[in-house]
Design a protein around this ligand. Structure first.
Ligand SMILES: C[S@@+](CC[C@H](N)C(=O)[O-])C[C@H]1O[C@@H](n2cnc3c(N)ncnc32)[C@H](O)[C@@H]1O
Length: 377
């Protein structure tokens, strides 16, 4: 689960949290003190505290990425500055603090006599915490029985009209749909003469997509945004809240980075994500979600959701599909992350996008944000 920062209502106001809590079962990453060294091992920014602080932040970010983490997974830092002058400590702190943005982790700042490398003035230690694995439990999209029922159980895809309208408005000719599932949107666009690629890690869903009328005009890939072949598309999309399946910062930012690579310079990215303040999960129970549908060839199918767990921004629920005629129940568990608008905007900027607009969705007014971003170059 994401680090949750603990603030104090009684202690002095500070620009860092007083404590950080990690989740049960998280994997802890203890990082060696990050040093201001270049690739050849030489100390950079001789005599310059701020320059060394920037180099340290760069190296810390890289070491975290090598461990599958990002600055947002850090639970604690210790900032060491070789100086007796408090002003030097503050100058270094300001650089490190700015790098963490709204993730104001608990920290210790201290002056020391000397640091290990020749000319070294700054070092930052960190501990990060990561869920054991990206906790997306695939929600049944890779189960062939559930993949075959996805469209019959959710036939109203008016949510896709908005995406199609944006593609038309932007006048794009090539589109990459990430998390395409059973491929309704790629087929819709291909039917309008666009060149479309759909990618999804759930092979069973992609198989359903391949069997649809018009599917032969689409390039289908089993994979994700990090496994794409070279391409330069005008627009990338993630429809139906795909953005929420990425439960760790590392997997979300790897996806954004992969999408950026697949876009032409100035290319567009459009996706939606539910607004956390609406607390949609409070209605994810049998009473509010039960439906019963006759599916040709399968018979009566009942479905409902059961909320299992809410921890910080992570919501885990069970989708239940019951094939009444066969007396078979197929449960599947999903974990979704409800990120704040600020977090999403900041992650887009970090991954090389500018935010063009954050709008409402016509099919669920006030319940989800529709993000439109552009690749910056
Ligand atoms: C709610 S479905 C949406 C499917 C489709 N976009 C639609 O509009 O019907 C979420 C999809 O995200 C896919 N998904 C899960 N992990 C993913 C990942 N790492 N990269 C891309 N897609 C992923 C699932 O397999 C599933 O097809």
């Amino acid at each position: 689960m994401p680090i949750s920062l603990v603030r104090s209502a009684t202690l002095a106001p500070t620009d860092y949290a007083y404590a950080a809590a990690t989740g049960a079962g998280d994997r802890l990453l203890f990082l060696a003190g990050a040093c201001p060294l270049d690739e050849s091992g030489r100390t950079v920014g001789e005599g310059d505290y701020e320059a060394q602080a920037h180099a340290v932040v760069r190296n810390l970010t890289q070491a975290l990425a090598d461990g599958g983490a990002s600055l947002r997974d850090v639970a604690f830092t210790r900032v060491l500055v070789a100086s007796r002058d408090r002003g030097d400590l503050v100058a270094v702190w300001d650089v490190v603090r700015a790098a963490f943005g709204d993730h104001d982790v608990p920290s210790t700042l201290l002056g020391v006599t000397v640091l290990g490398y020749p000319g070294q003035l700054v070092e930052v230690e960190a501990v990060a915490a990561l869920p054991e694995a990206d906790s997306f439990a695939d929600g049944g999209f890779s189960d062939p029985r559930l993949a075959a029922l996805y469209d019959p159980l959710d036939p109203d895809r008016s949510d896709l009209d908005e995406y199609a309208a944006i593609a038309a408005e932007l006048g794009v000719s090539s589109v990459l749909d990430v998390g395409c599932g059973t491929g309704t949107y790629p087929c819709l666009l291909a039917g309008r003469g666009l060149q479309v690629t759909g990618v999804d890690p759930a092979a069973a869903s992609v198989d359903v997509a391949r069997g649809k009328p018009g599917a032969e005009a689409v390039t289908w890939l089993v994979g994700d945004a990090t496994t794409l072949p070279p391409m330069q598309v005008d627009l990338a999309t993630m429809t139906a809240n795909v953005a929420q399946v990425f439960t760790t910062d590392a997997s979300w930012e790897a996806t954004l980075t992969g999408i950026r690579r697949a876009l032409r310079p100035g290319g567009h990215l459009v996706f939606e994500t539910r607004i956390p303040e609406v607390r949609a999960w409070e209605r994810w129970n049998k009473e509010h979600t039960f439906s019963s549908v006759d599916v040709p060839g399968t018979g009566r199918v009942e479905t409902w959701n059961e909320l299992l767990d809410v921890r910080g921004e992570l919501v885990t629920f069970r989708g239940v599909v019951r094939l009444v005629d066969e007396d078979v129940t197929i449960p599947s568990v999903s974990t979704l992350r409800f990120r704040s608008r600020e977090q999403i905007e900041a992650s887009l900027v970090r991954c090389g996008f500018e935010v063009v607009e954050v709008g409402d969705t016509a099919y669920a007014p006030g319940r989800a944000w529709l993000f439109h971003a552009r690749r910056t170059d």
